[in-house]
Design a protein around this ligand. Structure first.
Ligand code: TXE
Length: 498
């Protein structure tokens, strides 16, 4: 049987996972059972770790960092482990995608594509491990030479969310490893399986014990304790803006650990009348429906030029109605299930708020009953004003709000009218408009005549309340380093005491 067809139904019983510390699998007294949001049946069982488990993991990561079993290797040696990881992921792609689709509810075909992106992350990380370097100053005079070293920051805590459990993990882990750091990962309690599978992969690739540790458990206990931990040098957090803020307080109240934060977004997609409207409509439909809109870079605010707004919305509705919403394990599915019951309720509540506020519902706006699991139809509201909750809050679901503009200035102003600044997209055939908008809209990632394109060579991260720091590429590796200035005197010292 080929690997693709081996996994096309949900398992009959939950698969049990341990947690991973210092190269060993461990079990705990309490467990968390996860049901597939697409099927409603139990699929995985993970351990509810204790704060003692977390402390042991941080201690293991500290030992692995201080004895230089990883940081002391050459970039080439670290890179070759990362390349082996890429090879193993290629071999296990369908299996990892299967567990990702089961726990998260995303379509299996999309999950496989995400694993391909993760493989690329490890390949880019391997190159980055070899290329990471500092700087030198030959300009301090003949008797003084300056070197700037980039040293790994130490033990990193990594807290990840449930929307892209493996992809967000792999946009960070290779770069943390490339820098020479060690880490303790706390995945979301509802989607921990693939983070644990990565522990198997890393061990098989030859990563030394203690470098990658995984502690499973709730955000309120384990996540909070990790963010407060005095022996963690840096915390990379991806999740809600509210918890991001609590991480800032925790860092300030403990050891001033460095923070990398990737938080919410309310991302604009600006469509000018001179764009290819057919392309732009396809981009807009994809931008709001990909991963059921549970995506920090979802383009959730459509800002369209008034002269073509009616025509564009008609095109877009036509496309959105054709999107195949269905069972995540069905190869043809384009949009799967909503990942958690809480998120499902939040999205339906925002749809109700949109209707009550007087926005015009053009398509969707309701749950889809497939007999099991939780599904919501891709939804488009028009006539949305900028003060409505659906225009301001991150809904994190397949709900797009359309607003209209007349001038380039007005488009930029509407795009920037948000506390967030994660991503933006502009559609136009006019180079002046494309460049003006790209330079004036405040967002960490920008797409011109495309959406959600790119690879791990390019940095990602947010402006404003979307976060701090950048992940991926050389920028991503550098985030996990700190800079040391070394001054070397050459020749005989000119004495202070005569
Ligand atoms: O996120 P949380 P939730 C947004 C999105 C969504 C909302 C709520 O708008 O509707 O957040 O989602 C861990 N200290 N995003 O409640 O709670 C938690 O266990 C430390 C955007 O699920 O932020 C999980 O591992 N950690 C986002 C992670 O934080 C804590 C992706 C994220 O969960 C913690 C996800 C605490 N006190 C949600 N409490 C994006 N940027 O893509 C929880 N956690």
């Amino acid at each position: 049987m080929d690997q693709k067809n081996q996994f096309l139904s949900a398992p009959t019983a939950a698969r049990a996972f341990g947690f991973f510390v210092d190269g060993e699998w461990k079990d705990g007294a309490e467990h968390f059972e996860r049901a597939s949001p697409g099927h409603g049946t139990p699929v995985t069982r993970t351990v509810r770790c204790t704060v003692d488990d977390l402390n042991a993991a941080v201690a293991a990561a500290r030992r692995a960092f201080e004895d230089r079993r990883w940081a002391g290797l050459s970039g080439a040696a670290r890179g070759s482990v990362l390349l082996r990881v890429a090879e193993i992921l290629r071999r296990r792609r369908d299996e990892i995608a299967y567990w990702e689709a089961l726990e998260n509810g995303k379509p299996i075909s999309q999950a496989r594509g995400e694993i391909d992106h993760c493989i690329a992350c490890f390949e880019v990380g391997a190159g980055a491990a070899r290329m990471l370097h500092g700087d030198s100053f030959n300009s301090l005079g003949d008797d003084l030479f300056g070197m700037v070293l980039r040293e790994p920051i130490g033990v990193v805590g990594l807290i990840t969310p449930w929307n892209f459990p493996f992809l967000i993990l792999c946009e960070r882990v290779p770069f943390i490893l490339a820098s020479g750091c060690t880490m303790v990962v706390k995945p979301s309690e509802v989607t921990a399986a693939t983070t644990l599978l990565l522990a198997e992969v890393l061990a098989e690739a030859g990563l030394p014990a203690g470098v990658y540790n995984v502690i499973t458990g709730s955000g309120r206990t384990i996540g909070q304790a990790l963010s407060e931990h005095p022996d963690v040098d840096m915390l990379s957090f991806t999740g809600s803006t509210a918890v991001g803020r609590s991480c800032v307080h925790a860092a300030a109240d403990s050891n001033f650990k460095k923070l990398g934060l990737e938080l919410g977004g309310k991302n604009p997609i600006i469509v000018f009348a001179d764009s290819d409207l057919e392309d732009a409509a396809d981009g807009a439909a994809f931008g709001i429906s990909f991963n059921t809109g549970q995506c920090c870079v979802s383009s959730s605010r459509l800002i369209v030029e008034r002269s073509v707004a009616a025509e564009f919305e008609r095109l877009l509705v036509e496309k959105m109605k054709k999107i195949r919403v269905g069972d995540p394990l069905d190869e043809r599915t384009q949009v799967g299930a909503i990942t958690t019951e809480a998120q499902n309720a939040t999205i339906l509540d925002y749809i109700a708020q949109g209707k009550a506020a007087g926005a015009t519902l053009l398509t969707g706006g309701e749950a889809i009953d497939l007999g099991r699991g939780q599904y919501i139809a891709p939804t488009l509201f028009s006539g949305v004003s900028r003060d409505m909750a659906i225009a301001r809050d991150e809904i994190f679901g397949p709900v797009l709000c359309s607003m209209h503009f007349d001038t380039v200035e007005e488009a930029i102003q509407l795009a920037n009218d948000t506390v967030y600044g994660l991503a933006a997209s502009v559609w136009t055939k006019n180079i002046d408009k494309a460049l003006t908008v790209s330079r004036r809209v405040r967002a960490g990632r920008f797409w011109v005549n495309t959406i959600m394109a790119g690879g791990p060579e390019m940095p990602l991260g947010g402006f404003k309340q979307s976060g701090w720091g950048r992940e991926a590429g050389m920028y991503g590796v550098e985030e996990y380093t700190q800079v040391k200035s070394v001054h070397v005197e050459i020749g005989k010292r000119s004495h202070w005491i005569a």
